[in-house]
Unconditional design. Sequence first.
Length: 286
Amino acid sequence: MTVANILSVDVEDWFHICGIEDRIPKSIGPRLGSRVNKNTLDILEILSANSVRATFFVLGVVAEKHPDLIKKIGRAGHEIATHGYAHQRVYTMTPEKFRQDVKKAVDILFQITGRPVKGYRAPEWSIRNDSLWALDILQQEGFEYDSSMAPLPLIGHSSYSQIPCKLKLNTGFLLEFPPFVAVTALGNLPMGGGWGLRVFPYNLIRFFIRKRNDKGWPALIFLHPREFDENNPRIRLPLVKQFVLNARLERTGKRLNRLLKDFSFISIADFMFKNQKNIAIVELES
């Protein structure tokens, strides 16, 4: 039986980057020019050519400024979820501010699409041990799933689940969809998106996805519109940040096309519809 993998897109502009507020203050970024519309349309074209539906985690400030783009995503049959409103790391917010950020983002998307929002993804996978309280808030606000806990050191924690699971919370349950990581002797490696998907050899990425699929579980791949654009404005950043953002951007579109030909992909909503009964319950340990 062919395992359907999961494809997701974080719909944010080129300047929505955590940790560079000193280089691009939020008030200045938009003045440098938005590129999210064209880049997202390029992604939609690739998905249409391959008859694939994905989950688009839309940032609230992007939805506000580009409602027609969000409508196009919905009309193409893709799931629309939220990436929060202001692209702020969860652990930098108070619980009340986080709740307000999420509710504002959901309200904007509902006004545009008329459809309820089932899922949330935090900027920079920022639901981690010091912000697990956010999961209870998501459950209380009616979300069915989260996709914010990376099984990686530094960003999240290597002990987090590598496959979809059902989190047991204080007030109920919430499905969790982590990004794909490759388990190696060097530890968990981020091959499911971002710089990892662009830099690691494609044959190696394909090997580890097949290894995951052989066990009956999907690999969740994530993309950003700016990764399809070699003409993003360049600003002076620390070398590590430059590498993460700009390394091998010319590969992104080619890599996506190869993945879509080598594997089957669906949205998170479609995966939940087909597999929810088979997802194991996990109790959180902080």
